[in-house]
Design a protein around this ligand. Structure first.
Ligand SMILES: Nc1nc2c(ncn2[C@@H]2O[C@H](COP(=O)(O)OP(=O)(O)OP(=O)(O)O)[C@@H](O)[C@H]2O)c(=O)[nH]1
Ligand SMILES: [Mg+2]
Length: 241
């Protein structure tokens, strides 16, 4: 049975989503969740104010407010450093995964025989609704190259929807070097290269609606970081460095 689950959520300008996400997580998974750590980076909307309200009467909600060097990688690394010493599992997820809340139960049920379970958007047909074509092309190419050069067969290791044992998160932490979105690739691929047992469950992806705020992902900006990660993965596999 999963307990002492730490949920790590990076957030930048996510007021409308956290209002819904955090209460629902606590309502549905209170038996599992030991803490929810929301790492807020320089948000200019009401994210901080909403978090202050949510924290009242919810001691499981913890916050890290970052004021410099924003980026998902920097945020997740700070969140990992704040994990409660009793933490046994870590769930990484994004603020806009409102449609995936039900999938967490499936991950929890599968984790028993694994070190980690990742939500894959590329197992089931029709899982992606209006997914940007360019993002899909780049994502599929990245995984194709990983299959060919790294011999990694998993279908979607860059999705920030991962349930890991905390011991695994601590093992992979020293290898995390990306300050931006590319940390999602490091967190997905290194555990497989380190011969951990990583399973997958099918999940869907839903486009942000107008009410959910804007996407922060800019493919041209983060592309070079993902390539840098790929070179590091090759070195790790073949040169052990
Ligand atoms: N702490 C922190 N979180 C961030 C930053 N940039 C994005 N995020 C969070 O990272 C998660 C993913 O960001 P999204 O904008 O949804 O990016 P994406 O999922 O690749 O893009 P979409 O597919 O369009 O949703 C969300 O929870 C964001 O709030 C940042 O600079 N700092
Ligand atoms: Mg998103």
């Amino acid at each position: 049975m999963v307990k002492n689950l730490s949920v790590l959520i990076p957030a930048r300008n996510e007021e409308p989503n956290i209002k819904i996400l955090l209460p629902q997580l606590l309502k549905k998974y209170s038996d599992f969740i030991g803490e929810i750590i929301l790492i807020n980076d320089c948000s200019t909307d009401g994210t901080k104010r909403v978090l202050r309200q949510l924290k009242k009467g919810n001691p499981k909600i913890k916050t890290v407010h970052r004021r410099a060097h924003p980026g998902v990688g920097n945020a997740l690394k700070d969140g990992i450093k704040k994990l409660n010493p009793n933490s046994e599992y870590v769930l990484f997820m994004d603020c806009d995964f409102l449609a995936n809340i039900g999938d967490i139960g499936k991950m929890v049920r599968r984790i028993k025989n694994y070190d980690g379970i990742i939500g894959s958007r590329f197992i089931r047909k029709n899982s992606l609704v209006s997914y940007p074509y360019m993002k899909k092309l780049v994502n599929r190419s990245y995984h194709y190259l990983a299959r060919f050069f790294l011999k990694i067969p998993n279908s979607d290791l860059t999705n920030n929807f991962k349930l890991y044992r905390t011991s695994l998160v601590k093992k992979v932490f020293p290898l995390l070097s990306s300050s931006d979105f590319a940390v999602n690739a490091e967190l997905g691929f290194f555990p497989v290269l380190m011969h951990n047992r990583i399973g997958e469950i099918p999940v869907s992806w839903q486009e942000r609606t107008e009410q959910m705020g804007l996407s922060k992902f800019k493919i041209l900006k983060v592309g070079p970081s993902y390539l840098r990660v790929f070179v590091r993965l090759l070195r790790f596999k073949y040169l052990k460095s």
